[in-house]
Structure formats: structure tokens, C-alpha cells
Design a binder for this molecule. Structure first.
Ligand code: UDP
Length: 326
């Protein structure tokens, strides 16, 4: 890709900051818009950071009048499934309605293309695995539905206004910058790998293992953990593909390899050379037994190849990041 100028909304967050790092490494110009409600200014390793809500039409109008972007990446969203069940309004406002404001502003200022952060949660309870993009979308919680509605808007906007987009359906984002400069730091943290590692360091109580009675070989849930730098590279390839005239659409991003919660705990214990303290808890509501991606479309169409597919490597990077924060 030639040197380009990109807008990264939510670029101070976990996945967005890894994309910003990759864009900077490729010498692109980057403007990050992030209200720092979840992101950290220190996670933005380059480019310019504008601390502002993106859900503000007057702000977007002035941004698009004063800057010429070659494309937009949109990461900013609320991501806690259990919270989305208790407070769906927050999710439809922040994830769905806010994105509509962005799409209209992009349409009116003729800005594009857009790469959007979607989620495997759009599929709901899997009818088969690995899950390909033709799997029915039956999101089972407001979080998943808030993202699915955006995908539907994106398709309608592409049809009506020729606004090009790719929606990337992430499986379980994990790991950290291999140099441990940036990594996962959600508050509250709800994800398995950081919670397991923080149970070791003592930053968190013992890990609650949610459910040992699933229909899987060891009874614990199986997930497809994908390195955050591999997610970042998928975004750049998706943008490149759109800039070169590729058709709008959705792509799964995962390794195609599932690991059980027990396997993650064992690997984390090996990497940290200390046993993850575990307590046993009932199933967490809404957790499907098995979520594994078929990401062949991204491989074939975008030319994407994960670099860090190995779970041990993913956890090694996450562990180096955890240790760097103490
Ligand atoms: N999990 C767990 N204890 C935790 C957090 C997660 O047992 O404290 C399990 C969870 O039930 C799921 C898997 O780990 O089976 C991955 O959960 P995570 O929240 O990391 O990602 P999700 O798959 O929900 O997006």
C-alpha cells in the first residue's frame, strides 16, 4: 500500500491500538479519535490522538472537512455481554446508533472505505463448527445484536450509496504486542487469558472456571483464540482490498483451532511457571460450548495468514505484557 492517511476510531483500545502500531510501522499517517472511556492515550504508539466522542455529527463534519482520509477503521464499542443484557440501551446507543451517525457523515462527505469491528457473537449458538460466514446469524444477546444491526446497516448503505465496507467477525482476541509495549487492559476485565494470568500475579482473585459440564472432550468451553497482531494485519489487508476495489462483505477472523478453558489454564500455568489458582463455578449464561472459526474466506480473498496461531506464543506475549505492568 502507498502511504495513506487513515482515521482510526477507538484506536486507543486493545485491538485498535495494535492496528495503529501496524499502520505506523508501515509509515501511514494516522489520526485516532477516542474518548478514552476505555482506551488509554499511552496505548497510541504513533500518529495523532484526538480525545473526543465520535458520536457527534458536528465534530465529524468538521473532521471530514479539514482532513482527507483514504479510509476509516471503526473499533469503538461496548463489549461486555452480561452488561448488554442488563443495559441494552447503552449498547444500541453506543454500538448501533453511534455508528449510524458515523455512516451518515461518511456518506455526506464522501469518505470511505470502512473496516468495521464485528464479532462472532453475531452467529449466536452455533449450528455447526467450524463456523463459516454462511452460518445463520442468530445473535443471542444485545451485544451481538447491536453489532449485527450495524452489519445490516452497512449492507444497506453499500447498496444504496455505494459505501464500501468490510466487517470483520472476530473470534477471541488475545495476546499482546510481542515487545510488550501494549496489550489487553480492560476495566473490568472479563476475558479468560488476562484473568488467568492476573490470578497468578495476585492482581485478581482465583480464576472462576465457568462450567465443566459442556459437551466437549474435557467438559469446558472451546474457543478460537486469535492473536491481536493477526487481527490487526487482517484490518490492513481488508482496507487494502477495499481500496483496490474489492466487494464489500463480512469475513471471519480466527485461527480455526479451538482450545478448551482447561487447555488455556494449563498453557498459562506452563508459560508463567506457576499454577493458575482456579475455583469452579457454574456455567456463565450465554456461553456456547464451542466457537471455532472457518476463516478460509479471509485467507483466500484477503490473503490473510495468522503469524501467531500457537496458543503458547499468544499466552507468552500476554504474560510478558502482564509482567511489564507490575
Ligand atoms: N471463562 C471462564 N472464567 C472467566 C472468564 C471466562 O471460565 O473468568 C470462560 C468462558 O466461560 C468462556 C471462555 O472462558 O468459555 C472464554 O471467555 P471470554 O470471556 O474470554 O471470551 P468470550 O468467548 O466470552 O468472548
Amino acid at each position: 500500500m502507498k502511504t495513506s492517511t487513515f482515521l482510526v476510531i477507538g484506536g486507543a483500545g486493545y485491538i485498535g491500538s495494535h492496528l495503529v502500531k501496524a499502520l505506523i510501522e508501515q509509515e501511514h499517517r494516522v489520526l485516532v479519535v477516542d474518548n478514552l472511556s476505555a482506551g488509554k492515550a499511552s496505548a497510541v504508539l504513533g500518529g495523532e490522538l484526538l480525545v473526543h466522542d465520535f458520536d457527534d455529527r458536528a465534530f465529524l463534519d468538521s473532521l471530514f472537512k479539514t482532513h482527507q482520509f483514504d479510509g476509516v477503521f471503526h473499533f469503538a464499542s461496548q463489549i461486555v455481554v452480561s452488561e448488554s443484557v442488563k443495559d441494552p440501551g447503552k449498547y444500541y446507543r453506543a454500538n448501533t446508533a453511534a455508528t449510524l451517525t458515523l455512516l451518515e457523515a461518511m456518506r455526506d462527505h464522501d469518505v470511505g472505505p470502512l473496516v468495521f469491528s464485528s464479532t462472532a457473537a453475531v452467529y449466536g449458538e452455533p449450528q455447526y463448527t467450524p463456523i463459516d460466514e454462511n452460518h445463520p446469524t442468530n445473535a443471542v444477546n444485545p451485544y451481538g445484536r447491536s453489532k449485527l444491526m450495524v452489519e445490516q446497516m452497512l449492507q444497506d448503505f453499500a447498496n444504496a450509496y455505494q459505501q464500501q465496507y468490510v466487517a470483520l467477525r472476530y473470534f477471541n482476541a488475545a495476546g499482546a504486542d510481542p515487545q510488550a509495549r501494549i496489550g489487553e487492559q480492560h476495566n473490568p476485565e472479563t476475558h479468560l487469558i488476562p484473568l488467568a494470568l492476573q490470578a497468578i500475579t495476585g492482581k485478581c482473585p482465583p480464576l472462576q472456571l465457568f462450567g465443566q459440564d459442556y459437551d466437549t472432550p474435557d467438559g469446558t468451553c472451546i474457543r478460537d483464540y486469535i492473536h491481536v497482531d493477526d487481527l490487526a494485519s487482517a484490518h490492513i489487508l481488508a482496507m487494502n482490498y477495499l481500496i483496490n476495489g474489492g466487494d464489500s462483505g463480512v469475513f471471519n477472523i480466527g485461527n480455526g483451532q479451538g482450545y478448551s478453558v482447561n487447555e488455556v489454564i494449563q498453557t498459562a500455568s506452563k508459560v508463567a511457571e506457576k499454577q493458575v489458582p482456579v475455583t469452579y463455578a457454574p456455567r456463565r449464561a450465554g456461553d456456547p460450548a464451542r466457537l471455532v472459526a472457518d476463516a478460509n474466506r479471509a485467507k483466500q480473498v484477503l490473503g490473510w495468514q495468522p503469524k501467531y496461531a500457537d496458543l503458547t506464543l499468544i499466552i507468552q506475549h500476554a504474560w510478558a505484557w502482564e509482567k511489564s505492568r507490575h
